[in-house]
Each structure stands twice: as C-alpha cells, then as structure tokens.
Design a protein around this ligand. Sequence first.
Ligand code: G3H
Ligand code: 13P
Ligand code: ZN
Length: 309
Amino acid sequence: MPLVTSKEMFRKAYEGGYAIGAFNVNNMEIIQGITEAAKEVNAPLILQVSAGARKYAKHIYLMKLVEAAVADTGLDICLHLDHGEDFEICKSCIDGGFTSVMIDGSKYPLEENIKLTKQVVDYAHSKGVVVEGELGRLAGIEDAINVADEDAFFTDQDEVEVFVRETGVDSLAIAIGTSHGAYKFKGEPRLRFDILEEIQRRLPGFPIVLHGASSVIPELVEDVNKYGGKMPGAKGVPEDMLRKAASMAVCKINIDSDLRLAMTASIRKHFALYPEDFDPRKYLGPARQAIKELVKHKLVNVLGCAGKA
Ligand code: G3H
Ligand code: 13P
Ligand code: ZN
C-alpha cells in the first residue's frame, strides 16, 4: 500500500468537522508509537518531517521507516515536509517520495511568497504531490506588544483569496495566536477565532492548517519537572480550543512539542526509578508507549478523527 496525499483526508475532515493529526517524526520509536496509536483507533494520519529531522535521521531512514509503518499497519499515511524553506528542499522531498510538502514563505512580502509558493506548487502538482502554503507570522506574542501591533502577526484576511488563487496551493497555514514550542502564552491562552471565521467565509471548503498546536499537557510538564526537569511556565493551546478549530475549517493540526514532552517525561521518570539501567530498550520502549498513549488521546478526544480512516 503506497503513501497517499492529504487531498481526500482533508475533503472528508472538512465535511465531517474534524481534523487530521500531523505529528512530527524523528526516529523509529516516535514513528512506531504514532502509527500504532492510529492503527488502534483507525485514524487517518499525516507524519511530518522537518529539515532538522531530515538532517538528524537522514531522508532515506525516515522514508524507509514510514514505508515500514505503512506495510505494518495497512494505514493510509501521508508523508509531509514540515516548514520547507526553499524550492530545493521541497523538490528534494518530492523527488524522494514524500506525498506532501509545505513551502513556508511566510517571512517574505506577499508577492515574493506567492512567487515562491507557485514555483513549488507547479513542480509538486506535476508529480502528484500536494502543497501547504503559509500566510501570517507564527511568532510568540510578547506582552510588550499592544493589540494594534499584535494584528501585524496574524494572517491578513484580505490576502488569503489572492494567495490561494494565484499559487494554487492545496491547503493554507494561518497565524491566529498559536506559536511553536512549549511557551505559547504568557497570560491567558487566546486564539483569534474571528480571523479563522472570516478566512473560512472567504475560502469556503478550503482546508486550513494550524501550526503550534501542542497543548503542552500540564501532567506531562509536571512529570518532567518532578523527575529533574526545569520547565516553569510552559503553556500550550487548551484542548477545547483545538476541538473548536477542528469543527471549523481547520483540517490539519500540527503537534510536535507534546510528543517531545511525553518522551522526555517517560525517560526522566525511568531513570529516576531505575538509575542502574543502561539498556536503551528499557527506556525507549516505555517512551514509545507514552507516545502511543498521547497520540491515541489526541486522535480520540481532541481531533475527532478516530474511526475515520
Ligand atoms: O515547527 C517545528 C517543528 O516542531 C519541528 O521542529 O525544526 O526542531 O525539528 P525542529
Ligand atoms: P508545537 O510546537 O506546538 O508542537 O507545533 C508543531 C508544529 O507546528 C510543527 O510544524
Ligand atoms: Zn509549524
């Protein structure tokens, strides 16, 4: 069974009011934990690889591991490049067997972003690969920035129609207040659902992507800190906000930090309890299991995509 694109997944997710989980992968245990969870609850799945992951594990290892997961689980899996920063890395992933790429031109002015994104779309589509573009800046919002300045970070709703029309992208990542990593909000978590609603109105039926969507699950942070870690003030997107986004036009929800937390909490706990251990299987095995439990929770209780494969 080959890898698939996200086209059909997004069509069904939009209609069904749920979202597909896009989980970042870096090694075998992470890939196994995620795919075993998806298999158990029969969920469609996107595995995504960053430039950093590709450098860490090598393209060919990740490719072969994901192919092994498809053969092992029989699941439809989409393999996606996360935050491709130029045409070359997108082309390399397309030529190397990925079924989806993100070209992240969000740091460029609109015209330049459109030009770069269209170049990737033209190449990707000629090879049957789908493309995610991005509009808006996903920076952490600093306390010092006032509300008027804050708007400069969010996706400009006046730009989305021209961007989608002129580039031909298959999905669009937007900035409505999330940010990457474990420290997303200084005060109360707040997402601009009004912007999402307006984008949904302007692009009916079009799949929207939410980056920086880890919830930074408090119990995991607690475990990390209990067993010697130092992550004071870590805060993520509350699960009810993700459920709301998934019921709207958001069809893809990106999760990496929560996987890192689950893995780190498990390994820290293991060494606190068994300081004499030095067999990697003894701590990577439970870490894989922790990832599996976390992903099952997301698929069933947050994204709503269990049973939709
Ligand atoms: O959005 C970024 C992802 O969390 C990947 O992070 O570039 O450290 O692999 P990374
Ligand atoms: P988190 O850091 O919130 O997990 O976001 C991951 C992401 O957006 C990957 O592209
Ligand atoms: Zn991201």
